[in-house]
Design a protein around this ligand. Structure first.
Ligand code: ADP
Length: 248
C-alpha cells in the first residue's frame, strides 16, 4: 500500500546478542519510491537491521511494519519475501550452470506476491517479460551465456534481475558495487536510479562516490542507532559523523 507515504516503518528496534545491543532504539522510515543509502562503520548494525526487516532476526523490542498493516516481526522469512521485500546479499548467487535467460525464467516462476502473480497473468507472455528484464539489467545480448562465465558485475546485475522478476516493492541491497570496475559501478548507479520511483531501494554501501551518485537521503548508523540523516553532503559535514569515521 503506497497511498499514505510510508512503506517501511521501524520504531525503537532492539536486538541484543548476549547482552550486547547490536540495535539500540533504532528508528527509521522509508517513503515509497525512495532510494536510501545506509552507511556507517563496521559493527554499526546495518546487517542486523536488514536481518530484522527480512525476518531473519526477531527484535527483542520495537515495531517493524511494511506498509500500514504488515507486521514484519510476526512473519517468517518466506512470508516477508512473498509480501514484497527482496534482498540481495553481497555475494552473487546465480545458477552458474544455467544460461542468463533461464536464470531469469526460474526467478519468474518462483512463488511471489499475489499482486505480482496477478500482473504476470494479465500481462501474459513470460518471454516478453524476460526480455524486458534482460534489457533493464543490460544483459539482452548475454541471454545464452552461462551465468557462471559472466563477469562479476554482470552476475550482480543478473541477480538483481532475478529479484526484479519477483516484483518486490522494497529491495534491500548489501554492498552492490563491491568489487565492480568504475564502469560497472556507473552502470549500476544508472540501473538503481531507473528502479527508484517504481521500487523502494535500501542500499548499504561503503563506496561514497557511488552513494553520492544515487541517494537523495543517507542514513548513518552507529552503535545500533541512527546517528545522522540527510543528504550525503549534510551528513558528511556532521561533526558526530566525522568523529565516528575518523575515530576508528
Ligand atoms: P554492520 O553490518 O554495520 O557491520 P552488524 O549488524 O553485522 O554490523 O553487527 C552489529 C554488531 O552486532 C557487531 O558488533 C556484531 O559483532 C554483532 N553481531 C551481529 N550478529 C551477531 C550474532 N549473530 N551474534 C553475536 N553478535 C552479533
Amino acid at each position: 500500500d503506497t497511498s499514505h507515504g510510508v512503506i517501511l516503518y521501524l520504531d525503537a528496534i532492539e536486538v541484543s546478542f548476549d547482552g550486547f545491543k547490536a540495535l539500540n532504539q533504532l528508528s527509521l522510515t522509508l517513503a515509497p519510491g525512495e532510494l536510501r543509502c545506509i552507511i556507517g562503520p563496521n559493527g554499526a548494525g546495518k546487517t542486523t537491521m536488514m536481518d530484522v526487516i527480512t525476518g531473519k532476526t526477531r527484535p527483542d523490542a520495537g515495531s517493524a511494519f511494511f506498509g500500514q498493516t504488515i507486521d514484519l516481526t510476526r512473519l517468517s522469512e518466506p512470508e516477508i519475501a512473498t509480501a514484497g521485500i527482496g534482498r540481495k546479499f553481497q555475494k552473487p548467487t546465480v545458477f552458474e550452470m544455467l544460461d542468463v535467460f533461464t536464470n531469469i525464467e526460474l526467478a519468474l516462476k518462483a512463488p511471489r506476491s499475489v499482486w505480482a502473480s496477478l500482473r504476470a497473468r494479465l500481462n501474459g507472455e513470460t518471454r516478453d517479460r524476460i526480455d524486458g528484464l534482460l534489457a533493464q539489467i543490460g544483459l539482452l545480448d548475454d541471454r545464452h551465456v552461462l551465468a557462471g562465465t559472466l563477469s562479476h558485475g554482470k552476475k550482480q546485475w543478473l541477480e538483481i534481475g532475478m529479484l526484479l522478476a519477483q516484483d518486490p516493492q522494497l529491495l534491500l541491497l548489501d554492498e552492490p558495487v563491491a568489487g565492480m570496475t568504475d564502469a560497472e559501478t556507473e552502470r549500476t548507479a544508472e540501473l538503481f536510479r531507473s528502479l527508484a520511483g517504481k521500487h523502494t531501494l535500501m542500499v548499504v554501501e561503503h563506496d561514497m562516490k557511488f552513494v553520492g551518485s544515487i541517494a537523495d537521503q543517507v542514513t548513518v548508523l552507529h552503535e545500533g542507532r541512527v546517528l545522522a540523516e540527510g543528504s550525503l553532503a549534510k551528513v558528511q559535514a556532521d561533526e558526530r559523523v566525522i568523529e565516528v569515521y575518523l575515530g576508528r
